[in-house]
Design a protein around this ligand. Sequence first.
Ligand SMILES: Cc1cc2nc3c(=O)[nH]c(=O)nc-3n(C[C@H](O)[C@H](O)[C@H](O)COP(=O)(O)OP(=O)(O)OC[C@H]3O[C@@H](n4cnc5c(N)ncnc54)[C@H](O)[C@@H]3O)c2cc1C
Length: 452
Amino acid sequence: MTQFMGELTLYRPGTAGYEDARKAWNLSVNHHPAWIVVAQTAHDVSEAVRAAAAEGLGVAVQSTGHGTIRPADEGAALIITSALKDITVDPELQRAWVGAGLKWGEVVAHTQNYGLTPLFGSSPTVGVVGYTLGGGMGWFGRKYGLATDSVVRLEVVDAQGDILSVSADEYPDLFWALRGGGGAFGVVTGMEIQLYPVQTVYGGNLLYPIEMAADVYRFYREWIKTLPDEFTSSIVLMNFPPLPQVPEFLRGKSALMVRGAYVGAEEQGVAYIQPWLEWRAPMANMFQTLPVSEMRAISNDPVDPMPSATNGTYLRELSDDAIDTIIRYGLGQGGQPPLVFAEVRHMGGAISRVSADANAYSHRDETLNLVMIGVAPTPEAGQFFQQYTAKFMQELGAARSEAVYANFLDGEEAQRRIRAAYTAAKFERLTAIKAQYDPQNRFGYAFQIPVK
Ligand SMILES: Cc1cc2nc3c(=O)[nH]c(=O)nc-3n(C[C@H](O)[C@H](O)[C@H](O)COP(=O)(O)OP(=O)(O)OC[C@H]3O[C@@H](n4cnc5c(N)ncnc54)[C@H](O)[C@@H]3O)c2cc1C
């Protein structure tokens, strides 16, 4: 039976609402909480946190289910934030207030009416808050920094169920921790973010045959040294699925894609791509002027729910040995590759110029970020993916950094390796702030920050 508690509707196991609400975008995630609330307001979130505390339950939070760290079990209440869709834009201050249920595509569609853009990522269906609390690295990264660095204020429900306004002036320690430290300190119900005056970019992909992979990586390694901060790029080894919607010449095949976005005049963007065209003609050059609202075409991430698996690491360098390892593992070592793609993103620029103490996000000096994505329709496939990518990373040897980007981990891997997302000093500070704001680890389904 659906249960009502005050103004809240709790979905317990066995109700139709429960089955619908516990679904995640990542179909390999299986939430099974004691009950679920689909919050309509910050007040609902507050009530739900208090109700969970009264029953001795932990609190798990989901907006879209793109980045579940620890699925909600019977010891947790699951708060769904997806209905918190309020959005307002202040064109004078170039800021937006965005509710925690919004996805980036929805925010961009709105802010573009003002000629402004937020710092979104590759996928339009990723949620604004999960992305931002983990860092938030997108195609404007080198020009304007991480999404987390552009947060002005957060509305947060704390472990007592109190609704706090959190900013540089109010609860500054909590403000510091949430930006990079994720959802371990409270439930964010909305945030005020800085926007930027960009309406178009010169962006897209160059497609090269897989036989040229080693040369393409080496050319990329030199090319990015010539780029200004206005150009954020990546290089992707893609294993195209044998599906009818994939063009026939790529169906079931592998290829190299050099992708990115230049913030500036088209002629200048063309000039930055020109060295590639002069070096070797690509199979396709899909770079073009794109409205910001069409930038989803650059990565063309899957929108429909799928059973995905993620792993990642920063790279110190794209050495010849690292290139060889990426190609071998990317292609499956002679067998069926468990990776859909392996992408190396170029960071640095504005990301590395923010003061190291600004917030919990660490490792601003890392400039190359490897992310590996697979499809995991069964738990065994998920385990195989993790073992395979662990071996892949091990074989990267000295080219691999010990550090990791929190947003490119999920599931058990995120629970195991989250410490590596922070410097030792920042992790220590996070545990102290955790002890202050969530001493009973109510929010223990987010990044695993222990109570000091
Ligand atoms: C297809 C795809 C593309 C991606 N592209 C990028 C990219 O370009 N750049 C990048 O940096 N990352 C990227 N990511 C990673 C993504 O940013 C993280 O997985 C992020 O956590 C997703 O947030 P979500 O709210 O959509 O997911 P959810 O699974 O709903 O949330 C993930 C976690 O975030 C926390 N959280 C979410 N909402 C709240 C809240 N309101 N209050 C407190 N905690 C909350 C919770 O701990 C939750 O478990 C991508 C992921 C996918 C699957």
